[in-house]
Structure formats: C-alpha cells, structure tokens
Design a protein around this ligand. Structure first.
Ligand code: ATP
Length: 250
C-alpha cells in the first residue's frame, strides 16, 4: 500500500486551474521529491493531499485512509511542514512543541523528552525563550519541522523544508530525513533545488502548469541526464537572463 496516493486532484482559484487531475503515488518507504517551477501547483497539491485545502475534485489516501473521508485517522499518520506559517506565534518554540504535543495526545513526559531533543538537534535550544513571531524565516522552518516530527509520523510531508535554512541546519535536516526513511518512514518533499532532490530522493514527480508532467523512480524520470536538465526540458523553460536588462550595465 502506498504512503500517499492522489487521484484526479483538482483545484481552481477563480478562473485559474492551480492543480488539474493530479495523480501521484508515493511508495511506502520512499523519499519522494516534488519539483516544479514557481506557481506550478506543488503547494496546492500538497495542501489538498494532507487535508489542509479541500479539493474541487479527486481524492487523497494516506496508507489507504481517505484524507477527506477520515481526516482524524489520516492526520494521525502524517507530519506536515506546510508552506508559510501556521503555528501559534505568541509562544516560544518550546511552548509550541509542548502545546501541540499535548494536543496530539502524547503523554506529557514523552512531549518533554522529544521537545528537548528536537530543540537541541535543530539548534533551536538557544532560542527557547524567544517567541516564534521573532524567529527568522529559517528558524520558523526548523520549528515547523520539529512540529512535523514530534508525534513520530509514518509519512512526512514537507513543503520546501530547505528554504532559507543555513547550510549546517540543511545538513542536519538531510540527516534526519535520511535516517527517517532508512528506518522505514516515508517522506515527500517539495523543492526547487534539483541536486538536493537527486541526493535525497528515490522517486520524483514533476509538476508544471498544474499538471504532472513526469513521475516515477528518479532513474526513470531523469534517464541519462541530470534532474536539472530533465526538468528544464520537461517544463519547457529556458533561462531568460540573456534577454532585456540592457540598462543594468549601460
Ligand atoms: N489561495 C489562492 N488564491 C488564488 N490563487 C492561488 C491561491 N493559492 C495558489 N494560487 C495560485 O495557484 C497557482 C499554484 O500555486 P502554488 O502555490 O500551488 O504553486 P507552487 O508550485 O507551490 O509555487 P512556488 O514554487 O512558487 O511555491 C499559482 O498560480 C498561484 O498564484
């Protein structure tokens, strides 16, 4: 049974089709990279897949559980790092983890122990008395990741987990993800950084203009090329830096 399967997911905003007939299968035990240009529909797809945004059509299943039919069971199986910030801002990082851990029904001693470890591993212990509202963008990502990990989910769904984090924290997050998958967890991450996806992921889905244009094992999708070359080919993009901007150097 796949960790995540979406069939025919669709979302329209006004007259703009943000996601159209999205079929994705994330095999259990895989690290799945979701890539696509800005505005391709990655965040919209992930938000529908985890029960944060109601689709206009289609369904999503997490380990066979219908996300919109049985949201409580489905959400118990996943840890989500959403795009943007969706957490209490007037609490410290430690308070956020404690509050959300208890809300998820974890015993207080377990919450305390995991909070301590997560703050330490993600190098947020020095900011433990700082309110989330004062966190930098990278620190917000890290506390968001800690929240996603706290209840030891079976599937991690991380929207741009490496965006704005410093290289040391990026390496820590990669190590956590590798270990999580090596020990039987499943993960789906969206990213713009192709070498990183190639390094971390064994499966990849490419979304462009709200549609899946390629998906499957990484080796099959990229063939003999790099993922970056395949990506540019698939999305029909070409670098525009040689056009215009003549005033910049005149
Ligand atoms: N709440 C919304 N209301 C209106 N349009 C939206 C909304 N959310 C997303 N869109 C539009 O839907 C399209 C897909 O957006 P989405 O955020 O899913 O793309 P993305 O692939 O995650 O992009 P990026 O890589 O830039 O984060 C974009 O054209 C975006 O402007």
């Amino acid at each position: 049974m796949p960790a995540l399967r979406t069939t025919g997911l669709r979302k329209v905003f006004g007259d703009h089709v943000a996601a159209d007939d999205i079929d994705l299968t994330v095999p259990a035990g895989s690290c799945y990279g979701l890539v696509g240009p800005n505005g391709a529909g990655k965040t919209t797809t992930l938000a529908m897949a985890v029960g944060l945004l109601r689709p206009d059509a289609g369904r999503a299943e997490i380990f066979g559980v219908d996300v919109w039919g049985d949201p409580v069971r489905a959400k118990g199986l996943i840890g989500v790092l959403p795009d943007g910030n969706a957490m209490p801002e007037r609490l410290t990082g430690r308070e956020v983890l404690t509050y959300l851990g208890l809300l998820r029904g974890l015993p207080a001693a377990v919450v305390a122990e995991r909070t301590e470890e997560l703050l330490h591993v993600l190098e947020l212990d020095s900011a433990e008395r700082t309110l989330v509202i004062e966190y930098s963008t990278g620190m917000r990502k890290k506390i968001g990741l800690a929240v996603a990990l706290l209840h030891a989910p079976r599937l991690l769904v991380l929207d741009e987990p490496f965006e704005a984090v410093d290289p040391v924290s990026g390496a820590t997050i990669r190590t956590i993800l590798r270990r999580f998958v090596a020990e039987g967890g499943s993960a789906i991450i969206s990213s713009h950084v192709m070498p990183l996806v190639e390094q971390l992921c064994d499966h990849v889905g490419v979304i462009s203009g709200g549609r899946v244009v390629a998906a499957g094992p990484l080796a099959d999708v990229r063939g003999a090329a790099t993922l970056e070359e395949t990506f540019v080919d698939l999305v029909g993009a070409r670098p525009r830096a040689t056009e215009g901007l003549s005033w910049l150097t005149s």
